[in-house]
Ligand binder design. Sequence first.
Ligand SMILES: NC(=O)c1ccc[n+]([C@@H]2O[C@H](COP(=O)([O-])OP(=O)(O)OC[C@H]3O[C@@H](n4cnc5c(N)ncnc54)[C@H](OP(=O)(O)O)[C@@H]3O)[C@@H](O)[C@H]2O)c1
Length: 242
Amino acid sequence: MTDAASVLAGKTAVVTGASSGIGKAVAERLIAAGARAALVGRSEERLREAASGWPSGAWIPLPCDVRDAEAARAMAAAAERELGRVDILVNSAGVFKAAPLTELGDEAWRELWETNVNGTLFPTRALLPGMLERGEGWIVVVSSVAAHRGYAGMTGYGATKHAVTGFARALSTEVRRQGVRVVNAFVGPVDTPIWAGMATPLPPEEMLTADEVADAIIGAMTVSGKQVIEDLLLLPQGGLYF
Ligand SMILES: NC(=O)c1ccc[n+]([C@@H]2O[C@H](COP(=O)([O-])OP(=O)(O)OC[C@H]3O[C@@H](n4cnc5c(N)ncnc54)[C@H](OP(=O)(O)O)[C@@H]3O)[C@@H](O)[C@H]2O)c1
């Protein structure tokens, strides 16, 4: 079994969605294992608030709206400049909207697609060349159980998560032999602010926690030897949907 710190110490990471929930929990673990991280979200204030208490010098805030291709390119260049290189990208920025298709408006569809899909493609495309040049890298795509099966009320959200899972799986076959590991995480319901104002499928205490999901992602990234965990399916032990 590999100790995460033996893989991650001294590494450098970009974590999108680092101001909250799963992204914040993954960033905290990367830093605890000795990595340095650029924290990405739309608000510098929220990023600083999330990281207050983390060792200074181990992180920098890089505010960026991942829906914007040019902003994502500039963010990636700034991360490479400030950290020296970027070994790890965790794509956790995302939004969730549940509605029957007849009530899913244009604006909600656009926001889902632009954030969850474009917001994964843009940072990945910008940071991949450096990883390929060095022959080493880790890319995590935070997908969802909504990409594993279809669920009522999730035509929009589920379509975006199927898209990023397809993206991750295809990318893995493109770059695996060149030293870059791509992990697609089908994540079950997690008790985070993404559910604010919405009915949860389980009582919050039965949902996964962001810390549990982050532990599993770090475990999948740091698997020993030549292995690559391409798909990770995380469910609450009490069961859900299936
Ligand atoms: N919670 C769940 O049940 C669950 C289950 C399966 C999968 N997921 C996925 O897990 C990921 C993280 O979700 P979470 O539950 O941790 O949600 P969360 O607590 O609401 O965090 C979402 C993060 O995304 C960032 N973000 C949103 N839009 C952005 C944009 N345009 N540009 C940059 N950053 C943006 C937010 O930062 P700012 O608002 O500060 O910009 C925040 O840091 C999402 O992709 C979600 O689809 C969640």
